[in-house]
Design a protein around this ligand. Structure first.
Ligand code: SF4
Length: 662
């Protein structure tokens, strides 16, 4: 077996966190490599502690290793200290499980959960010893693939990726494996790379960017069309109809060092119909598909027994909507081995579902962080974004938590939303102060609130995909408004002292916006930023705004045109040749409703709006309760007991944002 371990081991004493590179976690696999098998290297292009918990990657890791004709290992982006040492000694990117050179795998597949990792993708390809541009790769090079939420607009990475998967990965990885297995068996001859790419393009849900050509009229995109007859004009996403068929991961990895979301994670359902207009995950993962409650309970009890975790997160986009939630929560606590306390986290639980009873139940086990996500500061703004949480719902939830002993909680908001006024922005501070005052009824001077504010980035396949993002200066001004309003001597000074304001760096928001809705012409920009040293752009200490601005100027890319401009109804969007199952006219009408401040109730309680997502699956939504929540509220996004709201998709789960200024 080829391994760089002997050389790597000597370097580990010289790096900050050697545990990132060792592997050997409980649940990890050290597959035997056989030339007849298809070797997959599944890469999370960020630091180990962000990537390790990724459920999508772990699911594919297990599915592939169960196949006779495939094997899979994992890799994470080496931090800059190790990368320098590797390059100085001409050592390559390596797999974590057997420390094998990345270029010895047949496929290097990236999880694209966030736009700011794009330069890390190029860095990993280069460190693997593979040409970064797909056009320069030869038959002996691995195929470079990607999955995850960002692949719903992969165009900025079109020059670098050989293939892209849209949607759920459980089934399609096997179909891809079979195509590559046959290609290998045929000897990977000169010229055959093109043949295998064309064969991949025939698999539903697989997009091969090099088989498509983009045409422009001046700056405007006219079309992205196939150049060969066997590549489809429209690539539909893949959807796994029944989660019961895929009870993965069966052996969740247990890290040897500290990572985010360090707990047992069990996915209870995919998809969301609440229709928050800013939320790409909610739109692209439709339709809603539940895992049977009995299977969830089994996965939880087995997982706790095997891993020794005392915390389990029941993950989804809105966990309280899971029809078996009460049974599973009660069962989990009752099933705890040896009577030990087990904490149940419900990422993305609705605010209106957080009652004194739930607070008390969860508090029994362990009291950790608590996050609510009203997303906007005023009811008007929440109608625009279709997050119909009323203030009384939020205050009731906050009061439930304070009354059960919590003293501190986090409120998450977006700024820069469509139609946002200064009154809406200042409403964020007002909500924060009101929550502090509720807490002080229970804890005198000891109650506090962290108000965390992120800049809004319009995403493909959402009703807000036509919106011109706020400029950096405008986002900075809005954050300045909040800082001023929460300052000493302003508003209610005593309550202000209980509010800690944190915000996402608007300059990082701008780069996310550039990538989110960009097209193929951004490839040279990404490549230049990477070549000039811009890696780990999700990390505030390494984020290099100036490199992005310079690269855009050098390549004649207009910030206004790509980021700040409103799009028109008839405009061809860079992802129009891809399909998330949603009708474009449904999204457009929802955008007009947003501008008219009209909310759109959850389609589980109304006739179907024909958004397109359920067509062809014969799936009926399972309703958690027979009636909509009292008061018409349908807010989502509360995170109990730490960790972020956790969308689960193809290759992955998005980590909490790392770039933050405070
Ligand atoms: S197709 Fe209808 S029922 Fe299905 S998610 Fe869309 S609006 Fe809801």
């Amino acid at each position: 077996m080829t391994t760089i371990w002997p050389e790597l081991e000597l370097l580990l004493a010289k790096v900050q966190k050697p545990a990132r590179y060792i592997g050997l976690e409980d649940g990890s696999q050290r597959p035997h490599h056989d030339q007849r098998q298809v070797g997959w290297l599944l890469v999370y292009p960020d630091a180990y502690e962000i990537g390790l918990p990724n459920q999508g990657l772990q699911i594919l890791y297990e599915i592939l290793n169960e196949r006779d004709d495939a094997l899979a290992e994992r890799a994470y982006a080496p931090w800059t200290d190790l990368e320098s040492l590797l390059r100085a000694r001409r050592l390559p990117l390596f797999s974590l499980d057997t420390h094998r050179p990345a270029a010895e795998f047949d496929v290097i597949a990236f999880n694209l959960s966030a736009e700011l990792v794009y330069t890390n993708v190029l860095n990993c390809i280069d460190l693997a010893g593979v040409p970064v541009r797909s056009a320069e790769r030869r038959p002996e090079h691995p195929l470079i693939g990607a999955g995850g939420h960002c692949t719903y607009n992969p165009e900025p990475l079109a020059d670098f990726l050989d293939f892209v998967v849209l949607g759920d990965g459980e089934e399609v990885v096997s179909e891809i494996t079979e195509v590559i297995r046959d290609w290998k068996a045929g000897g990977r001859t000169e010229g055959s790379r093109q043949h295998v790419l064309r064969a991949l393009a025939r698999i539903p849900g697989v997009y091969v960017p090099s088989l498509y050509e983009a045409t422009y009229d001046g700056t405007a995109l006219v079309a992205v069309e196939p150049t060969v007859s066997d590549a489809p004009a429209l690539i539909d996403k893949r959807t796994v109809a029944d989660l019961a068929d895929w009870p993965y991961p069966r052996r969740q990895l247990v890290p040897l060092t500290e990572v985010v979301h360090d707990r047992l994670n069990v996915e209870v359902f995919r998809g969301c119909t609440r229709g928050c207009r800013f939320c790409q995950a909610g739109m692209i993962t439709r339709p809603v598909r539940e895992r049977p409650a009995e299977q969830v309970r089994h996965m939880v009890s087995e997982g706790i027994r095997r891993t020794g975790y005392d915390e389990v997160a029941l993950t989804s986009l809105s966990s309280a909507d899971f029809s078996g939630i009460e049974k599973v929560v009660a069962g989990t606590i009752a099933d705890a081995p040896n009577g030990n306390a087990v904490t149940v986290s419900l990422p993305s639980l609705r605010v209106d579902a957080f009652t004194v009873g739930i607070a008390a139940e969860i508090q029994k086990a362990r009291r950790t962080g608590l996050t609510f996500a009203p997303e906007a500061g005023t009811w008007r703004m929440r109608q625009v974004i279709n997050k119909l949480i009323r203030e009384e719902d939020l205050y009731a939830a906050v009061e439930s938590a304070y009354s059960q002993g919590w003293r501190r909680m986090k409120l998450y908001f977006l700024t820069g939303l469509p139609t946002e006024t200064d009154d809406d922005t200042l409403g964020i501070a007002e909500l924060g102060r009101n929550c502090v005052e509720i807490g002080r009824r229970y804890h005198k001077g000891n109650a506090s609130v962290t108000v965390s504010v992120g800049g809004f980035v319009p995403k493909p396949f959402t009703p807000f995909q036509w919106f011109g993002q706020n400029t950096v200066a405008e986002l900075q001004r809005k954050i300045g408004l909040l800082r001023d309003d929460l300052g000493r001597g302003k508003g209610r000074p005593s309550a202000n002292r209980g509010v800690q304001l944190k915000w996402h760096d608007p300059k990082a928001t701008f780069v996310e916006g550039l990538m989110s809705r960009g097209d193929r012409r951004l490839g040279p920009v990404i490549e230049q930023v990477w070549r000039e040293g811009g890696v780990f752009q999700e990390w505030s200490e390494l984020f290099a705004h100036d490199l992005w601005v310079k690269a855009m100027a050098d390549h004649g890319v207009s910030i206004d045109w790509y980021v700040y401009r409103h799009r028109t109804e008839g405009e061809v969007l860079p992802w129009d040749h891809l399909s998330a199952g949603l009708h474009k006219d449904f999204l457009w009408h929802d955008w007009r409703d947003a501008l008219a401040e009209v909310g759109l109730p959850d389609c589980r309680w109304t006739p179907c709006y024909d958004c397109g997502a359920c067509t062809g699956y014969g799936i009926e939504h399972i309703v958690a309760s027979a009636t909509p929540p009292a008061g018409g509220s349908q807010g989502t996004g509360q995170d109990l007991l730490g960790g972020g709201a956790v969308p689960v998709t193809l290759l992955g789960r998005k980590p909490e944002p790392v770039v933050a200024a405070s």
